[in-house]
Design a protein around this ligand. Structure first.
Ligand code: ARG
Length: 465
């Protein structure tokens, strides 16, 4: 491969049967170190556990294992400092670490790869990384949920229009709006937890495809690395990335939820709505228009969904129609998965911070509320007085029409008009036009009444732990 001294040249893991060097234009395609370098901790950790397993299998003597373990620890210290990555000529993180191990312990390093292949090695490293990433994301999203919980607590008394089709529907509490977003992210926590669980199956000990010929205790190996159990089948294990899809999907859905929250925040922070104020620390100005105060955090949160959905589709497509066993295509799995996790680890804490420092503007919410928001309440009044709902709906529809024709808000129609259209409404019909009364009537569990909102707050608090 190369006639440079072995400790400075790229450390080839497969040179024996080849003549000459790799074509220069093949280099950049073949290399993955720029992407998989972030797996170095997992690679060292799995290698140290493998050393231990090889002792148990009778492949390594104890003193050899100790020297290898010491060497791997020194390699880790060097990698921690970052120096070995500068101009590293290696194909991937596995080759880099093996080269460094040769520098530390000499020819003994060549025993580490016994019974192991980069196929089961990279699958193991990535799962180890995925378990950590899943837990990190869960923590970030818990933080976001806490911000939403705090905002909900602070806005139980804030009333705003609840929208369907982005048209005013019925009044709701600010807390009900904040909790709606909280529950979506709470489901994401569960999904991330399941993805982390799915990652917890150990491929190491599968070799390249057919399994390991040495009697390694894979159960013990799995436990020592924090996996739940070893994989069932070596052919499956080296190419199974289902757990990565679970994680990418969980991330994509967080992206969708962020985009919906972001969209609400953009609208609510606008001059026209003005329902909510984002802190200066999360807003930015315009280089041209001096008055601007832009809700960038919400826009950038909204924007992550495309990237995250793209990564999920890239992974699904990567795996489609791969022949069984390991294929080099799989090297491209990391780019997508890392990017999804990076996107969220950047966006979620920022959104959590923005929410924690934002506040509703109750008077602006009030000003925006049209009394037509209480049209359903009028219909319900008729229902309580024995009028079938369909008929009530029709009668109130007529009242809305009358108000529109007269160019007045629904609540300002003369009482006589209400009675003329629907005598069952009674002379005290105007008592319906009371926001608090309306939200308090939605008292079935899950509704926007104070008691229901308090119940949700307690439930959310409990789940966030
Ligand atoms: N860099 C490769 C990957 O990320 C490691 C495994 C390569 N195996 C092989 N036989 N070429 O998937």
């Amino acid at each position: 491969m190369s006639n440079e001294p072995a400790d400075t040249a790229a450390h080839s893991l497969w040179g024996g049967r080849f003549e000459g060097v790799l074509a220069p234009e093949m280099g950049p395609l073949n290399l993955s170190l720029d992407v998989d370098r972030r797996l170095w901790r997992e690679d060292v950790r799995a290698s140290r556990a493998w050393v231990h397993a090889l002792v148990g299998a009778g492949v390594l003597e104890r003193d050899e294992a100790e020297r290898l373990d010491g060497g791997l620890r020194r390699v880790a210290e060097r990698l921690e400092g970052g120096a070995p990555f500068a101009d590293a000529p290696d194909e991937d993180i596995h080759s880099l670490i093996e080269r460094l191990l040769f520098q530390e312990v000499g020819e003994l390093a060549g025993k580490l790869h016994t019974g192991r292949s980069r196929n089961d090695q990279v699958a193991t490293d990535l799962r180890l990384w995925g378990m950590g990433a899943g837990r990190d994301l869960e923590r970030d999203i818990t933080g976001l949920c806490r911000s939403l919980l705090a905002l909900a607590r602070a806005s139980v008394d804030v009333l705003l229009p609840g929208y369907t089709h982005l048209q005013q529907g019925q009044p709701i509490r600010g807390a009900q709006w904040a909790l709606a977003h909280l529950w979506a992210f709470e489901r994401d926590r569960t999904r991330l937890d399941r993805a982390t669980h799915a990652a917890g199956v150990l491929p190491l000990g599968s070799g390249a495809i057919a399994g390991c010929p040495f009697p390694v205790d894979r159960e013990a190996l799995a436990r020592s690395l924090g996996f739940r159990r070893p994989s069932e089948n070596s052919v499956d294990a080296v190419s199974d990335r289902d757990w990565a899809l679970d994680l990418a999907y969980a991330c994509a859905l967080v992206g969708v939820h962020l985009s919906r929250l972001g969209e609400d925040l953009v609208l609510f922070a606008s001059t026209e709505f003005g329902f909510l104020r984002l802190a200066d620390a999360y807003s930015t100005g315009s280089s041209l228009m001096p008055q601007k105060r832009n809700p960038d955090v919400a826009e950038l949160a909204r924007a992550q969904a495309g990237r995250l959905a793209g990564n999920l589709v890239a992974l699904l497509t990567l795996l489609k129609a791969l022949p069984s066993g390991y294929n080099r295509d799989l090297q491209e799995d990391k780019r997508s998965l890392f990017d999804s996790v990076d996107a969220l680890r950047t966006a979620v804490p920022a959104v959590a911070g923005a929410l924690a420092t934002s506040a509703f503007r109750p008077e602006r919410c009030r000003q925006a509320m049209d009394t037509e928001l209480l049209a359903t309440d009028l219909a319900e009044r008729l229902v309580r007085r024995g009028v079938p709902f369909r008929r009530s709906h029709e009668l109130v529809g007529r009242l809305v029409r009358r108000a529109e024709d007269a160019g007045v808000p629904l609540a300002e129609l003369p009482v006589d008009t209400f009675l003329e259209v629907a005598p069952e409404l009674g002379h005290d019909v105007l008592e319906v036009f009371d926001w608090e009364r309306s939200v308090e009537s939605r008292s079935a569990p899950g509704g926007t009444a104070r008691a229901s909102v308090q119940e949700q707050l307690a439930e959310a608090e409990g789940r966030l732990g």
